[in-house]
Design a protein around this ligand. Structure first.
Ligand SMILES: C[S@@+](CC[C@H](N)C(=O)[O-])C[C@H]1O[C@@H](n2cnc3c(N)ncnc32)[C@H](O)[C@@H]1O
Length: 272
């Protein structure tokens, strides 16, 4: 499924690449979230079950994880991935995100990893979820922010103009609506409801030279998302600069000893 800019962040290939590049750090970070043995977890917009399969291990056989997604291919992949854990504490169902508003009533934890930008009214969605969940239950939101990307060896002014051009497109749409830049809204979503407590974190991911093929592809795809923003006012020279730096065949960025990319994801843990 493509978001309103026509970028497909939901395909199995992109999500798997994304995970491969960050997997070790992400799994440690997931294990530090308040998801405990015996918890009942609802994974909303589970994709190919990348996080779900790990959470099924964290909660053990006394817990249960139910994964929902509307994409048939992702659902099949999620089933395969969860089956491979040999755990029996899971279920996967093809369902719309909005069904979470009813389903959430019986869960201890609702996971919203990189899905809020697919909800037409995230503020109302969060409010409805929060009102239906029991006291002490948690909503855990994690989302991207392309604006927090930093590169070494890349001209900061050129990166700013690329990001600003993307931002201008973004501002043309509804503020909290579907775009590539939900991440920075995450630290403020606790304002949607009277939560017992909330906790915000930033997960920083550092990819440096020497780059693996997956790293290169991931960096290329990430920059490409910014370059491909429709209606964007990126000038030709800036486009050429990024194309020659990150081109997958002979991009000069990947060859530089001191090259790195930093990327941030925003997390909010909301306790009802
Ligand atoms: C960016 S992916 C994130 C997947 C997964 N949570 C992760 O972090 O790896 C967004 C997911 O939301 C799902 N999705 C988008 N809109 C949906 C909807 N209306 N109902 C159910 N799933 C939806 C997509 O199919 C995709 O798997």
């Amino acid at each position: 499924m493509k978001n309103s800019y026509g970028h497909d962040y939901t395909s199995h290939d992109w999500l798997t690449l994304h995970f491969e590049v960050k997997s070790n750090e992400r799994l440690i970070e997931i294990s530090e979230l308040p998801i405990f043995k015996g918890d009942r977890v609802l994974d909303v917009g589970c994709g190919p079950g990348i996080f779900g399969s790990y959470i099924s291990l964290l909660i053990g056989n006394k817990g249960h994880i139910h994964c929902i997604d509307h994409d048939e291919k992702n659902i099949i992949q999620a089933q395969e991935r969860l089956s491979s854990t040999k755990m029996t504490n899971w279920s996967v169902n093809r369902d719309d995100l909005m069904s979470a508003i009813e389903l959430c009533k019986i869960y201890d934890v609702v996971i919203l990893f990189n899905v809020l930008s697919y909800v037409s009214n995230p503020a109302k969605f969060l409010k409805d979820l929060s009102s239906n969940m029991r006291r002490g239950a948690r909503i855990i939101v994690k989302d991207f922010d392309m604006l927090s990307i930093k590169f070494n060896c890349i001209d900061d002014l050129k990166l700013s103009s690329l990001i600003n051009a993307s931002l201008l497109c973004s501002r043309d749409s509804l503020s909290l609506s579907c775009d590539a830049f939900f991440g920075r809204s995450v630290p403020f979503i606790y304002r949607q409801h009277n939560y017992a407590c909330h906790n915000e974190k930033i997960l920083t991911h550092f990819i440096s030279h020497p780059f693996s093929k997956s790293d290169e592809l991931y960096i290329f795809e990430t920059v490409n998302i910014l370059l491909k923003q429709p209606h964007s006012s990126i000038d030709f020279a800036t486009k050429e600069y990024f194309n020659s730096a990150f081109n997958l065949n002979n991009g000069w960025f990947y060859e530089k000893d001191e090259a790195f990319m930093i990327e941030n994801e925003f997390v909010s843990i909301l306790t009802i």
